[in-house]
Design a protein around this ligand. Sequence first.
Ligand code: PBG
Length: 334
Amino acid sequence: MSLAIRSRPRRNRKDPVVRAFHRESDVGPQHFIYPLFIHGGDVDVPIGSMPGCSRLSPAGLFAEVERARAVGVNAVVLFPAIDDALKTPDGRECFNPDGLYPRTIAALKARWPDLCVVTDVALDPYSSDGHDGIVAADGRILNDETVEVLCKQALAQARAGADIIAPSDMMDGRVGAIRDALDAEGFTGVSILAYTAKYASAFYGPFREALDSAPRGGDKKTYQMDPANGREALRELALDEAEGADMVMVKPAGPYLDVIRRLRDATALPIAAYQVSGEYAMLKAASERGWLDEERVVMESLVAIRRAGADVILTYFARQVAERLAGVRPGKSG
Ligand code: PBG
């Protein structure tokens, strides 16, 4: 017998063709920025809490970028592990033109001029205190003094050939200051991707292990945002827009989908979302135990981020997912 139900949403789910008609969100390699860890050593060093990711040697980096490009991932963001001997309280190694980071940018751009190289601006990899800014004697993080160093860092990256500069430090006023510094040297075509709503999150744990960059003292709560807050993200958005950001970011992604949506509804700028190391580690760990189906949960996590309103996703799964979409059989991951 049939009930008098005239509207049956299930009719629009009845087969793959009909489902595809009205699918609202998609995920492909064109949406990815692939975060890669680099170091000066000549072997790749696997990261324990991020299976499939390593601190890459120069040769390892080139091989990984080659593989990613082969399946359509043509944007990378680099994070350096810096020798302890080069770390100082003011992080000055970050603007050394001969340092690991600028050298790597230049080498990538020389090999692949059309590769989109996104660079990280923040002091933590270079800071003997493990903070994104300069730490004063009393433990405070100095804002304006830090911004001066960040501008030098951004310029060193632009001179080396960076396409998009991404400040992840959360100091006030750094987007405008970096924009001015870039423009003053003629880098008007270099973009800024602002970490607009970056939360003081415990999901960064594996990343800090990867770079050995955990704060030596205190935490990052005086500059990164309180996970309890959504409205504050709109305030940061207004400032970053006014200061000239080309794109804005929400980070982490999965636990902050509502924040992505709030930004989506409030700005015409492209939005990026960073599926961070802890999100990656969770999905990998549960999959390794056979508790979750890796392929399916990874896709679902990424589609959800797109559905929330992100244009671009920074994800450690970028190459893996792109390979699967391209029909490449899973191999040993880099
Ligand atoms: C620091 C930085 C962090 C991440 C990117 N840039 C960690 C932090 O703020 O302590 C985290 C990324 C991840 O967890 O994948 N400038």
